[in-house]
Design a protein around this ligand. Structure first.
Ligand code: SF4
Length: 397
């Protein structure tokens, strides 16, 4: 939850008061409790400047091997063209760690990804997020205080000792550290099944955060649990909106969080595309709702989706349920196949899109001038336990 005090420094018109849930204008004001709407200091280049591409290229060339640019698959084309490597959040964090000689890592992605890169890189390396307003609404859905409170509820129900936290990569460093402190693991959409198998060897129940859909889809479709084995903990309701008996009966305690991009796809979108394109293969990300995943033909992580398209037969038709920047690039890369976006409406990740060419140019040119802007730095204690949880993921069988 945003704290009302965080809105006090907003320049609101006379007579307009901030509400406890006031939305900050992106790029204005600071909300220390949220990944969204935080300040982005500095003089950004004019977005209409026709020399931006040349400026980015020149700055990158001057910086040479001292800078390593990571680009998430959901980034815009104008940014991704400057990435030294592209990938999903986990691949990019590992790529950053594999470049110990680059003092500057420019992360074109969102805040939690830059945090993970900072955790996995050495102390001499500095991680830069070109726009601090590039957060993740899903990561925002689980704050440290809420998760601590949830753990107290589990303790009161007498099940904290037999519950293992499993946190999705798409969570803040605080939540990763909580997971490490309680001997849990991080997971990605590629290894969620292995993470759950490991967790159920350590304990009897799993607290899965913050994406309820990935947790439910993996438990039910890949692990043989039933929907009745899952219970949803709502951090905005007293005791999570569930009884102690319900918690004791559950195997999977799912945090009530979701991705605002993948959550938009519906069974109607699937039915509609099947009617429009006979024989179409529907391929969706596991962050989609359970009923959507069940209605699809294939489900898998971003990397899985990319590989599935690479391996697809020429002439085949595919409707993809994931972020639009990636789907557009896949369509362009596979002109011999029909690749369409699953939904009829536009579905970009708005926070990913915060990273644009002006911000990238600003970050790179600042480095050329010897100035590090928008550094993402995780404190030592948080880093220690978050790394423990990340290392546990790397050690998964
Ligand atoms: S696509 Fe969803 S999970 Fe990924 S950064 Fe955007 S809001 Fe977060």
């Amino acid at each position: 939850m945003c704290d009302v005090t965080a809105t006090n420094d907003l320049d609101l018109p006379p007579g307009v008061e901030a509400t406890p849930l006031a939305l900050l204008m992106l790029g204005r004001g600071a909300d220390p409790y949220s990944e969204r709407g935080v300040e982005c200091p500095g003089d950004l280049p004019n977005p209409a400047d026709p020399t931006l591409v040349a400026r980015a290229r020149a700055a990158k060339e001057k910086l040479g091997d001292s800078v390593f640019i990571l680009g998430h698959h959901y980034q815009r084309d104008e940014v991704i063209q400057f990435a030294d490597v592209t990938g999903d959040s986990f691949k990019l964090a590992r790529e950053a760690a594999a470049r110990p000689d680059a003092p500057y890592i420019v992360f074109c992605g969102v805040h939690f990804m830059a945090e993970s890169a900072d955790i996995l890189t050495n102390d001499a390396q500095q991680v830069i997020l070109p726009d601090l307003a590039a957060g993740c609404s899903m990561a925002d859905m689980a704050t440290y205080d809420q998760v601590e409170e949830c753990w107290d509820v589990l303790a009161d129900a007498g099940i904290a000792d037999v519950t293992v936290p499993v946190s999705y990569m798409n969570s803040s460093a605080d939540i990763k550290a909580f997971t490490g402190r309680h001997n849990g693991t991080i997971c990605t959409s590629s290894n969620a099944k292995r993470a759950l198998e490991w967790a159920f060897e350590q304990g009897e129940k799993v607290l899965f955060m913050p994406d309820q859909h990935l947790g439910r889809n993996t438990a039910v479709l890949e692990m043989g649990f039933s929907l009745d084995d899952c219970v949803v903990y709502n951090p905005h309701k007293p005791n999570g909106g569930v009884t102690a008996d319900q918690l004791r009966a559950a195997k999977m305690i799912l945090w009530r969080g979701h991705c605002s991009v993948h959550g938009r796809f519906s069974v109607d979108s699937v039915d509609d595309v099947r009617a429009r394109i006979p024989g179409v293969n529907v391929l969706v990300h596991p962050e989609c709702k359970h009923e959507v995943v069940t209605a699809a033909d294939y489900v898998g992580s971003t990397e899985y989706i990319i590989k599935a398209l690479d391996a697809a037969e020429p002439g085949s038709a595919w409707a993809i349920g994931t972020e639009l920047n990636l789907v557009r690039r896949l369509a362009a890369a596979h002109p011999d196949k029909q690749v369409v976006f699953l939904d009829k409406t536009v579905c970009f990740c708005s926070t990913m899109n915060r990273i644009d060419l002006p911000h990238l140019v600003w970050a790179l040119e600042s480095l050329v001038d010897g100035k590090v802007v928008n550094r993402i730095q995780v404190d030592a204690d948080t880093e220690k336990y978050a790394k423990q949880a990340l290392d546990q993921m790397l050690a998964l069988p």
